[in-house]
Every structure is written in C-alpha cells, then in structure tokens.
Ligand binder design. Sequence first.
Ligand code: HAM
Length: 422
Amino acid sequence: MSGKYQAPKGVSEYFPPNSNIFESIIRKLENISLAANYHLIELPVFEDTELFTRGVGESTDVVTKEMYTFEDRGGRSLTLRPEGTAGVIRAIIEHGLDRGQLPVKLYYHGPFFRAERPQAGRYRQFYQFGIEAVGVDDPLLDCEVIAIANSAFHGLGLRDYELQITSLGDESSRAAHREELLKFLAKINLDEETKSRVAKNPLRIFDDKREEIRAIMQDAPLLADFLSSESAAKFTQLQSALTSLGISYVINPRMVRGLDYYTGTAFEFVHHRLGAQSGIGGGGRYDGLMRSLGGQDLSGIGFGLGLDRIILALQSEGLVDLKNTQSGYLDLFIVPIGESARLRAVTIVDEIRRAGFVADMGYGDRSLKGAMKAADKLAARNVLVLGDSELNSNKAALKRMSDGHEVSVTLDSLVAALKSAL
Ligand code: HAM
C-alpha cells in the first residue's frame, strides 16, 4: 500500500535487496582505486553556485538548465553538486593538497543532482563513483584512469560495452579547429539560441540532437584533424598504453562531453543495451580548470561512473540475481522460546556477530511457527531453536536450512560449529 508521501520525481532510491548490489559495486570500485593508490575524499553536496558556473562552464546544459540552485538563510547562492570534479579541485586548492607529492589521487562517491527530464537511466538525483588524478600531465596516467574504470566494469561481469576515446587537443589545436569550425558554421542559418551556444563553445554544436543539424555536421571539420603534433603524440601514447593492457577502444572524433572543462584525452564507456541513456561512465583531462578556479596551473584527469546505469547494465546482461544476493547473507537465525531463552539469545547473537558472522534473532512475541517462517523468508542458512530444555542441557540443534540437516552443538561452541557448517 502506498502512503501519503512519495519521493520527489525522478530520484533513484536503493533498498534491500537492490541496495546490496549498489554497495557491492562501490566496494569493488573502492578496492580497485585503493590498489592504484587513490584515496577517499568526502565532499559537501552543495557548493557556491559560482564554482559550477565557472568550473563546469556556461555553455553547458548542466549549468544553464539543470542546476538545483537556492539561496541559503544568509542570502548566499548555493547549488547541489551536479558533478564532482569542480568540488575536488576546489578542495585541493583550499587545503593545499597540491603542495605535496603529485599527482594527487582521490576517489569519491555519492549523490549528484541535475534537473533533467527523468527517464529510464536518467535521474534528478543519481549516484556517481569518481576518481581524479591531479598535477601530472602524462598519457600513461590517462591510461591508468581509463583502465581503472574498465577493470571495474569487467570485474563486475559487464561485457556488452564499448570504450570510446578522443583527443580534444591543447589550446593551439582547439584554436586552429575553432577558426575552421566557425567559418563552416557561418555558412549555415542558425537560430539565436544555437548561435549564442556556439559563441561560448562551438564544439557544443556536435551534440545537437536535431536531425537537420546532425546532417549538416556530417561535413564539419573535426578537431581530430587539427591536433598539434604534441597533442597527437600524447594521443598515440595513450593508445599504445591501452593496447599494451589489452583494453580495446574505438576512436570517436565526434564525442562531445557535457561539461566544458575538457582538454586532451576524453572518453566514454557506452553500454549497448541501455537505449538512450547509454553512458555508464565518462571523463577526461582538464588543463585549465584548476587555474580558472584560482589555483595553480595544474592539469588533471578523472572519470565519473554512473552507479544507477551500471546496475541497469548489469540487469540487462542478466548479471543481477536478486535471489542469490538475498540468500546467504544471514548465517544464523536464532528462535528463542520463553523469556530466559530470549535473554540468552541476545548474548549468543552478540558473540556470533563478533566472530564475523551475520546473525539475527526473532524479536517480539512470536510463535515458533511464525519465527520459523521469518527465518525462511530471511533465507537464513542455519537456524537454532532455543527453549528451556536447550538452556538446561546447554545443547541445541543447529539446523542447516538448505537440506534440513541437523547437528547437536553445545551453546558455548556455537562459533566453532558455525565455522565448520559454513
Ligand atoms: P558526466 O559524463 O557528466 O561526467 O557524468 C558521468 C556519468 O554519470 C555519466 O556517464 C552517467 O553514467 C552518469 N550520469 C550523469 N547524469 C546522470 C543522470 N541524470 N542520471 C543518471 N546517471 C547520470 C562528470 O560528471 C564528470 N565529473 C566526470 C569526470 C571526472 N571528468 C573528469 N573527472
């Protein structure tokens, strides 16, 4: 029965058993990141609005249409974070993290907010796991960042996805391309809104969804053909490094990232079974971001992976078995009968939990039948009924639920019995 209140439109929520999958994805990403020497940064979910208008860029939909901006009680303009990179760079500058060993390697995860039109795989509150490596400009580091995302996807079992890469070049590459692109666009009759977007960032036009514009853009000059020799060399090094790790990729010279700060390497992971919202993760290098936010002139690279879409991708590839996720996470369920047994069960459950098992007990005034039903629903692997006779003899039957097999155990040696039973 649904109650009076509903979650706001377009937000994603996770509760058991789905939340177990959610958590295990984060654990996997955390372990892979830690193994590559990235460490956790926990950031505020709201920041000064200007951090995002500056950092993410005024030509983006994210800034112009999708920010949750509000005034706090002191009249300051704050915005719920639409992405993580700007906040990470702000924190690095503010706390001087870039004064030590470089690159600074950080990972983060949590909710992000964009006021988009909700649809499957596109939410207004969604979850990302991201990493950033700041302070060293090296294609091998670009490769590391991409490889971390790839090994997480692969480790989760995903196969039906593709890594797309491109290079957005350095300033001179982009200036040369911009000139040619603007010449090309000058010949086309564009509406005012598009014109002003193009003036802020001409590359945005490659992302235009309208058929007529897409058709015109087939003949547009591509940035890939204007790379400076240095940018081209870096892009080649990245490709060699990816190949040496056995990571396959396709080059997509028309890729447009949704945020303005990208330079050099940019990449996206596209899943083939997700329909319109197919990007399960993306990122790239950002040369000017730290300087534009008032810090040193350091380059960085990172990614953001969409946890909601990763779950959808896992489901689409048949890799989420909710029954399996649910079963097996309760090692022991104790059914106490009578007040003394209830008290004893409290200490037994405590001991079992300390030994590293997952244990629970029947609370409240339940019949034996009701408690056994609960144990069954919880998919407990073992059940122990505790009544007066068990307390008197200090022995009870440990029942394995998969086949009903019972062993008699003394109450003081339950931990050892569980160890051999599981
Ligand atoms: P992004 O491409 O805007 O990059 O987002 C990264 C990922 O977040 C997307 O690939 C997608 O999986 C997920 N995502 C984005 N918007 C939504 C949404 N409305 N609903 C569900 N999932 C969504 C960034 O945010 C950059 N900060 C990544 C980065 C880090 N670049 C460098 N460092």
